[in-house]
Design a protein around this ligand. Structure first.
Ligand code: FE2
Length: 245
């Protein structure tokens, strides 16, 4: 499996708190069958408190730590980019990282409300040749209220990343119901862990989520969400998706 959303770098955001915790999360990821985890620290934390150089260095240090201790998972670098009107300019300035240097960029919509810059900012990202991968749309109020907006974004070429825990109720029954609706309507392309801790409800283990998704979309499609599709993204290849229903 390939996990495209992981707060696994130590001390940068609300994810791993130390290199030891990064190691424990890496071990848990490897044990559940993940080969590559994309480190996606929150952009705001990286830019305001640290730097791009810092997270680049941490990624290579944590890879060295895993290699030295025989933990068979490698970390790549991305960012969870909060969407605001300034995101396109931040991309131009090199302060908003895409996923592993690819044409894909992980974007988190505001959790609440529906600011009027959303559509414009996303189009401006696309005008730069980047494909937005929308982080956990099932937890975003604007999509919960208006699933057709997500459908429209997908029809315009964007991708959607659901969180494995969402399918099984980590974020409550309503989020679980909406996640299953997104799966049924083929509006979920990638499943990722959004892990923050080695154990518990935000662990790197995507297994239960994949099983639950398989009961809705079938085993092959559920597996593709954690294997073929995220691998294509990491390798900067085109991704073919079904039309949303
Ligand atoms: Fe996240």
């Amino acid at each position: 499996m390939y996990d495209l959303h992981a707060h696994i770098l130590p001390g940068v955001d609300d994810g791993a708190r130390s290199p030891l915790e990064t190691l424990e999360m890496s071990r848990a990821a490897a044990a559940s069958g993940t080969k590559v985890a994309l480190a996606t620290p929150h952009r705001k934390d990286v830019i305001e408190d640290w730097s791009i150089e810092h997270v680049v260095r941490l990624t290579s240090d944590m890879n060295a730590q895993n290699a030295e201790l025989g933990v068979d998972v490698s970390l790549a670098l991305g960012m969870e980019n909060h969407l605001d009107a300034g995101l396109p300019a931040e991309i131009d300035a090199g302060r908003a990282l895409p996923m592993n240097g690819s044409r894909y960029i992980l974007i988190e919509m505001p959790f609440f409300g529906r600011p009027d810059y959303i559509e414009r900012a996303l189009s401006e990202v696309q005008e730069r040749g980047l494909t937005p991968v929308l982080a956990h749309p099932e937890r975003i109020e604007a999509f919960q209220r208006e699933p057709e907006m997500l459908k429209k974004f997908i029809e315009r070429g964007m991708l959607s990343q659901i969180t494995s825990g969402s399918v099984v109720g980590t974020w409550g029954a309503e989020v679980a119901r909406f996640t299953r609706e997104l799966l049924r309507r083929r509006m979920a392309h990638v499943m990722a862990s959004d892990t923050h801790r080695a154990k518990g409800r935000r662990s790197p283990n995507m297994g239960v989520g994949v099983e639950a998704a398989a009961r809705i979309v079938g085993q092959a499609a559920a597996s593709a969400m954690v294997s073929d599709t995220p691998l294509a993204i990491l390798e900067d290849r085109p991704v073919e998706v079904e039309q949303p229903r």
